[in-house]
Design a protein around this ligand. Sequence first.
Ligand code: NZQ
Ligand code: ZN
Length: 395
Amino acid sequence: MKSFQYEGMPKVYFGEGALQPALTKELPALGGNVLLAYGGGSIKKSGIYGEVLGLLEKAGKTVTEFSGIMANPTYAKVQEGVKLARENQIDFILAVGGGSVIDCCKIVSAQAKMEEDIWKAEFTGHRFPAEFIPLGAVTTVSGTGAEMNNGAVITNEETKQKNGMLGALSRFVVLDPSYTLTVPMRQAVSGAFDTLSHCMEIYFGKPSETNVSDEMNEAVMRNVIKNIRAMLRDPKDVSVRSELMWDSSMAENGILKLGKQTDFQNHMIEHQLGAYTDCSHGQGLAVIQPAVYCHLVKDNTAKFVRFAEKVWHLSADGRTDAELARAGIEALSDFVREIGLPSTLTELKAGMRPGSPDPTDREILRKVADSTILTAGCARRFTPDELYEILTECI
Ligand code: NZQ
Ligand code: ZN
């Protein structure tokens, strides 16, 4: 185990109908001016918007709306929220949505209390926010686990960087699995794959020797795999959604990371692919991660063997360690295809909005490779040329 400090997680209200008791308990202690933040309108169609607004009004709050937060939120959108927060003297931000809405609000919460431009402060000055407008999160699509931490992934369209920033940690989180029933199945599967990806990014980090966090991680990975299959069999089963929702939070609440230096190299590649093409996060990972692991298998063979055995229930059956390790990665690739996610950049492109930048364009892939941050927790430090090679193998 590496040494660590652990500081708990936000207060979580979990389960069907959790919103009403959560807001009734939390709102009285918060100020009168609330910024209600959401995305492109799914919460209006599903009725969650009416439910939230009703509870805010009942609590006597003055509500300012911050809507239209897009998937892969931009830094310009963050600044729009900051302007609203300052103009309306906002006391509390309620983020209702998925990772995109929650991440955007984490940075709005910090920037509104900070004179200096937060992008410059964090990436040039290595100064991080210490004061925040209190934040609460209601998760409507699970997968990123964004509600459980203070990291936020923001796209700076000017510099073509999709970077992890530090912002506010939610004071409380509402996780009602029934809210995710209206999420289109492709999006729900992409989100759940993101959870599996987070687990793997932690598991294959350093040290490679298995510790208690890894053993818990194996249980979460098996649970995600089992419940993605169950969700595809019965999209209406709320107990399956409950499992996936808590798996998602477990992957990002810090518990599985204790005693580990995480990898997240796949995420760094996908974030840059997202910065250049605006592709879906979970789908980008589904393409990239098996290909990256084929390049890393020799550097972390024992862990890949364990992954094959404990997560995919494979046994040696006369295979060498190298062959068994490879078989685990093949099982991951087969799973990606089984659950209908793209396994190549060509398939990823086919599912993107018409007119989107082309993820199979070699010029774009060169830029992605050259701008990807190389992580210290990865079993081997890649070169930009090898990343380009991996990306072209994915076409
Ligand atoms: O915008 P609306 O209309 O609400 O529609 C959204 C959006 O189109 C829709 N949706 C959300 N709840 C719904 C629903 N549709 C029907 N019914 C509901 N109940 O889902 C679409 C995707 O939403 P989004 O928030 O973009 O998805 P997700 O939660 O996957 O978040 C992705 C973002 O999170 C970042 C990603 O990079 C990406 O920007 N990540 C954040 C992390 C973190 N903070 O810890 C970690 C992750 O690795 C990830 O990088
Ligand atoms: Zn992710």
